[in-house]
Design a protein around this ligand. Structure first.
Ligand SMILES: [Zn+2]
Length: 267
């Protein structure tokens, strides 16, 4: 619908147009009743401008920009031109001035679909766009102090909004610091547990290691030897049995490699 050919040409009157807005010498032919429905400000203006609204045929708008007002008219007439980067700023200003809430809401929706920025926060504050304001405030508190201090946009914000940004920022950092303290405590606890497990593991390994040094764990022929006889099949068999016994209950395996053990037992 943005094609220029389907857009209404307001410089040409139609059978029902009963009012001209004159901007810089150019007449824009519009419909009183229609505009009045969109804007309470216009409605008031039409009623107050002259004693009988029927006699009102022309309103001069010397301080307005022809292209911008035309764009606004395109947005409220049935052509419903879409809001864009090119028109959103002045459409907001005009719809705010003439209280054309439906256009204002469309502008806000358009800005809400954009990435949050300090620039949009300035706009949200200026035109009292609450939903956009809230969203951009969430974004603003994530900026660094340096970014906030050096931002030109921040200088356009009210003291109240600035204070709220810094306040939210402090709160966010406080939560973050609480979170870190908690994590730190948990890490210390985990560290203690790991130390204990490491000691237990060492003990288990040592108890296996001493098997080769204990004469009672050898076969009867080598029970009196000063060292383990690795070439004796019976001694090796006995050691194998002892190691199996230690591992048999699988306590240390379950404790240190629980996941691997689960996998084995399930396959
Ligand atoms: Zn032996």
């Amino acid at each position: 619908m943005t094609d220029a050919s389907v857009l209404r040409d307001f410089t040409q009157p139609d059978e029902l147009s009963d009012l001209t807005l004159v901007i810089g010498g150019t007449p824009l032919h519009v419909h009183k009743q229609y505009l009045a429905e969109w804007s309470p400000v216009w409605r008031q203006m039409f009623l107050e401008e002259c004693s009988s609204p029927q006699d009102l045929h022309e309103i001069a708008m010397p301080d307005k920009n022809l292209q911008e007002v035309t764009e606004l008219l395109h947005c409220i007439y049935s052509t419903q031109k879409p809001i864009s980067d090119a028109n959103v700023r002045f459409l907001l200003e005009l719809s705010d001035e003439f209280k054309i809430n439906r256009v204002k809401e469309r502008c806000e929706q358009f800005l809400k679909n954009q990435e949050c920025s300090l620039g949009n926060l300035v706009i949200a504050e200026k035109y009292n766009l609450r939903s956009l304001y809230k969203r951009c405030m969430e974004h603003a508190k994530t900026k660094t102090l340096e970014e906030l201090d050096s931002s030109v946009e921040c200088k356009k914000l009210s003291q109240k909004t600035l204070l709220k940004i810094y306040h939210d920022k402090i709160e966010m950092l406080r939560d973050y610091s609480k979170d870190l303290t908690q994590k730190d405590r948990q890490t210390l606890k985990d560290c203690d547990t790991l130390k204990m497990e490491k000691e237990n593991m060492k003990r288990s390994l040592q108890s296996i290691q001493v098997l080769w040094e204990s004469p009672s764990k050898r076969c009867f022929r080598h029970i009196a030897d000063s060292a383990f006889n690795y070439s004796c099949a019976d001694c090796n068999e006995k050691i194998y049995f002892e190691v199996r016994k230690l591992c048999g209950e699988g306590q240390h395996l379950r404790r240190y490699f629980p996941k691997q053990l689960d996998k084995k037992s399930s396959t």
